[in-house]
Design a protein around this ligand. Structure first.
Ligand code: ADP
Ligand code: GLC
Length: 476
């Protein structure tokens, strides 16, 4: 049996701020169903303690030494759907109101990575492969090589998956010794050096056996100056070991025919009525004018420039001049939040902004809207548009990264497609396609319904990508 340890900074069903958690919550499950022994390590955040503590079992406390860090960690365990989860507890580092964004993030995630590796001693289980994700775990391949004089560590193979190249974990060079206990020569020889500091992301790219990212298009984009975040030259050196594997979603958790959070369940045989009922119910819930015939645009997103949010703000007036309603769920940059508040205040009954994170409402928006707006400036994969497809809401996306790989634009001549797309970063182009989509909604019902059927038939599961990950694991 192949054994794989996933180490990540967030994962469902325990804690989520974005799509990384969706992946960590679904890919291991798929692999377990295929006969793998997959285990996952996460930090024990306050958010997990608040919601899931009774499911966790404490089994050990050890002293973690990493550079000058000398702190105790307690380990907790839980088994969900055959996936074994381990948690690293440290009150000072992880029991805080947010997951990230602290001045000591470098120290926190140095500790986490070392504790995740020391766990293997404690449970006396050494996987064939460690699969790490994003900068928070990028030092692990090098740590296995440089911090342990034990073949069981040295022999492990490493996959490093980039979910978002923009977040790199760049820190002062001194941290290499002080927080990680790694020899200085890895800085001087350039391996982990980035400008005058160190980069966890770069280290993952350099030391993993294979590097992956979450769509084929993004795997090509990150080799360019435009999307490479100054790591494109490093990535080019690993080009032959770089795989782009598009994410899937958990099609059991996200299933309009069984979803208990919806006003009405539906599938491809009754989606017209089903989506209508969900729209009416959503309009009532959020205080929008109740109108089953109006085109409802949905947005569920972190509100940050990456997501093309300011392009949307530029087009508020034009969008609302169309005969549409607009529902927005998200939080993030203050400027964006203020803009969406303004939208709601100025278009009462037609636009609503729920500021915050709300899993339940997200389900109802995916089900109730007609068009799901996701005009990201870059998008490594994107989970939002996959869920939208699954719920028969047509994604309207910019052709970048995973959006380009998963959304096929409507071809009015053939009826092909499962959404709408545009290419440029200019917000007028986004608006023009949105306007065109609304024309299809109102004046080409047959075409629009064909798209919904295509969306509902789109394969957004892990089936194919699960095969690719298996092939990848096999290759090393
Ligand atoms: P990213 O990880 O870059 O934020 P993705 O599209 O990959 O973008 O994943 C976002 C995930 O987070 C999706 O599952 C989406 O439904 C969810 N999400 C984003 N914002 C919210 C929110 N405010 N409330 C509930 N779910 C949200
Ligand atoms: C990151 C990316 C997003 C991707 C997710 C899961 O958050 O921004 O595009 O879907 O990771 O891989």
């Amino acid at each position: 049996m192949k054994s794989v340890l996933f180490v990540a900074s967030e994962g469902l069903p325990f804690i989520k701020t974005g799509g990384l958690a969706d992946v960590i919550g679904s890919l291991p499950k798929i692999l377990v169903n295929r006969g793998y022994d997959v285990r996952v390590v996460l930090p024990l955040y306050q958010g997990i303690i608040d919601k899931h503590f009774e499911k966790l079992e404490k089994f050990s406390t050890v002293q973690i030494r990493s550079g000058w860090i000398n702190q105790p960690a307690s380990y907790y365990y839980s088994n969900v759907d055959g996936v074994k989860y381990y948690f690293v507890e440290h009150q000072g580092y992880f029991e805080r109101s947010s997951l990230y964004g602290y001045a000591d993030d470098g120290e926190r995630f140095s500790f986490f990575q070392r504790a995740a590796l020391d766990l293997l001693y404690v449970i006396d289980w050494f996987p064939e492969i460690i699969h790490t994700h994003d900068w928070h775990t990028g030092m692990i391949p090098l740590m296995c090589k440089a911090c342990y004089q034990d073949e069981r560590y040295n022999n492990i193979k490493h996959i490093y998956t980039i979910h978002n190249l923009a977040f790199q974990g760049n820190f002062p060079s001194e941290m290499l010794e002080s927080c990680l206990g790694i020899d200085w020569h890895y800085y001087t020889n350039g391996d982990v050096r980035f400008h005058s500091g160190i980069s966890f992301m770069k280290s993952g790219i350099v030391f993993a056996n294979k590097v992956t990212t979450v769509s084929l298009t993004y795997s090509n984009e990150i080799l360019t100056e435009e999307y490479g975040e100054n790591l494109q030259e490093v990535l080019k050196l690993r080009q032959h070991d770089l795989w782009g594997i598009v994410n899937g979603i958990d099609t059991d958790d996200w299933n309009p025919s069984t979803d208990k959070l919806l006003a009405c369940n539906y599938d491809i045989n009754n989606y017209v009525e089903g989506k209508k009922q969900n729209k009416i119910s959503l309009q009532k819930e959020l205080g929008l004018n109740v109108d089953e015939n109006v085109m409802l645009i949905g947005l569920v997103s972190r509100l940050t420039w990456q997501k093309g949010i300011y392009q949307i703000c530029e087009q508020f007036k034009n969008i609302m001049d169309l005969n549409v309603q607009f529902v927005v769920l998200g939080s993030g940059e203050k400027q964006a939040e203020d803009s969406f508040k303004w939208l709601e205040d100025n278009y009462k009954g037609r636009a609503v902004f729920y500021c915050g994170y709300n899993e339940e409402l997200a389900h109802r928006i995916y089900a109730g809207c007609d068009v799901f707006l996701m005009p990201s400036l870059y998008e490594p994969c994107g989970i939002g548009q996959l869920i939208a497809l699954r719920y028969g809401s047509l994604p309207l996306v910019r052709e970048t990264g995973g959006l380009k790989d998963t959304v096929i634009p409507y071809n009015i001549f053939t009826g092909d497609g499962n959404g709408f797309s545009f290419n440029s970063k200019n917000s007028n182009d986004m608006f023009n396609v949105l306007k065109w989509a609304s024309e299809q909604y109102y004046y080409n019902k047959h075409g629009f319904n064909g798209l919904i059927q295509n969306a509902l038939n789109s394969d957004v599961s892990w089936m194919h990508s699960g095969d690719l990950y298996e092939r990848l694991y096999y290759s090393i």
